[in-house]
Design a protein around this ligand. Structure first.
Ligand code: PLP
Length: 366
């Protein structure tokens, strides 16, 4: 055994890799089955807008060239769509990369990040990577307890992560509570508001419209992504909207060509097809009802969700159920590494995918 681990940076020595949802190809290779479905990574079951096909084909002849490192066209389209300045936008190889850039730019081993129990795993990983301390605040009803989080801020707190809606629990915080929270956060503490599921939640009556808040809270960074409702998870593109000075700092740590040519082109046209987003949201709402109804029928509890996933309480250790579902050809997401050993997270699929998942759950949970 080599001892290379002793040569790794202090934070990296303790790091555990991110555990993604199991890919379909891996399951089918391992079990020798076919026609399995994946409801494990909150992807859009409709796929991307059809308009994406043409722009990808049109971009193919240019693949020998580096992409535009500044992502001008996509930033311009985003600025128009969101009604913000281009200077406040940062593009990332997925919004995960922007989460990591924020930590790289602002957090070190002498200070702390703060986030809720049951938060997105990347917050802890990015914090650990730089050897900083993660101050993890107990959740309230599976979600961010903003009052407790405010009380947990210390002079060492540099960056707070809040996912709204939250993954893996689907909980959300409303406008008033979030504003009251931001009013009390010190101005030299950054708040990364992770809105990966924004498109699914935005029609909720008290869901905050945070873009308009940036002028009031220059320490706020809003993160969104093309991976979920836009159906482009495989291309890896997300973005941050922040004070232009924060965007300038992120731009200094950003890898030079972090969003690729196909991703930029696809995201730019996907943004123009808002009908597709409306279809995705409608499909999700129907599927969510379908899954919740089935859980009620099966006597399974679940956490009400504003995302495109439902986190279900199996009422027993979920690992054997996860395994049995795999053998039925249905990939769900186990959450033991999130401290939720009895829960499984189900991504809302197409009606027939949901039905297949429900039928398999019925068999497996007998
Ligand atoms: C899926 C997800 C992301 C981002 O994913 P990218 O594909 O990197 O854009 C970020 N935050 C949360 C909470 C998510 O669930």
């Amino acid at each position: 055994m080599s001892k290379f681990i002793t040569l790794a940076n202090a934070g990296v020595q303790q790091l555990q890799p991110y555990q993604p949802g199991k890919p379909i190809s891996e399951l089918e290779r391992e079990l020798g089955i076919s026609h399995s479905i994946k409801l494990a990574s909150n992807e859009n079951p409709l796929g991307p807008s059809e308009k994406v096909n043409d722009v990808i084909n049109a971009a193919l002849p240019e693949l020998a060239l580096y992409p535009d490192g500044n992502g001008f066209a996509l930033k311009q389209a985003l600025a128009a769509h969101l009604n913000v300045e281009m200077e406040s936008i940062t593009l990332g190889n997925g919004s995960e990369e922007i989460l990591r850039m924020l930590v790289q730019a602002f957090v070190n081993q002498d200070n702390e990040t703060l986030f809720s129990q049951y938060a997105f795993a990347v917050y802890a990983i990015a914090t650990q990577m730089v050897g900083a301390k993660a101050n993890i605040v107990p959740a309230s009803q599976w979600g961010n307890d903003l009052t407790a989080m405010l009380a947990a801020i210390t002079p060492k707190t540099r960056l707070i992560f809040i996912a709204n809606p939250n993954n893996p629990t689907g909980t959300w915080v409303g406008e008033q509570a979030l504003r009251a929270f931001l009013d009390h956060v010190p101005k030299d503490v950054f708040v990364a508001l992770d809105e990966a599921y924004y498109e699914y939640a935005v029609n909720t009556s008290d869901y905050p419209d945070t873009l308009g808040w940036l002028k009031d809270y220059p320490n706020l960074i809003i993160l969104r992504t093309f991976s979920k409702a836009y159906g482009l998870a495989g291309l890896r593109v997300g973005y941050g909207i922040s004070h232009p000075e924060v965007a300038d700092i992120l731009n200094r740590v950003r890898p030079a060509f972090n969003t690729n040519q196909l991703a930029q082109a696809a995201a730019t046209v996907a943004l123009q097809d808002q009908d597709h987003i409306a279809r995705a949201v409608a499909t999700n709402e129907k599927g969510m009802q379908q899954l919740m109804g089935a859980c009620d029928d099966l006597g399974l509890g679940y956490i009400p969700s504003k995302g495109n996933f439902l986190t279900v309480d199996m009422g027993q250790a979920a690992a054997p159920i996860y395994d049995a579902m795999l053998r039925e050809g249905v990939i769900l997401r186990p959450l033991a590494n999130y401290g939720l050993p009895n829960h499984l997270r189900i991504t809302v699929g197409l009606p027939d995918e949901n039905a297949r998942c429900i039928e398999a759950l019925g068999t497996v949970c007998q």
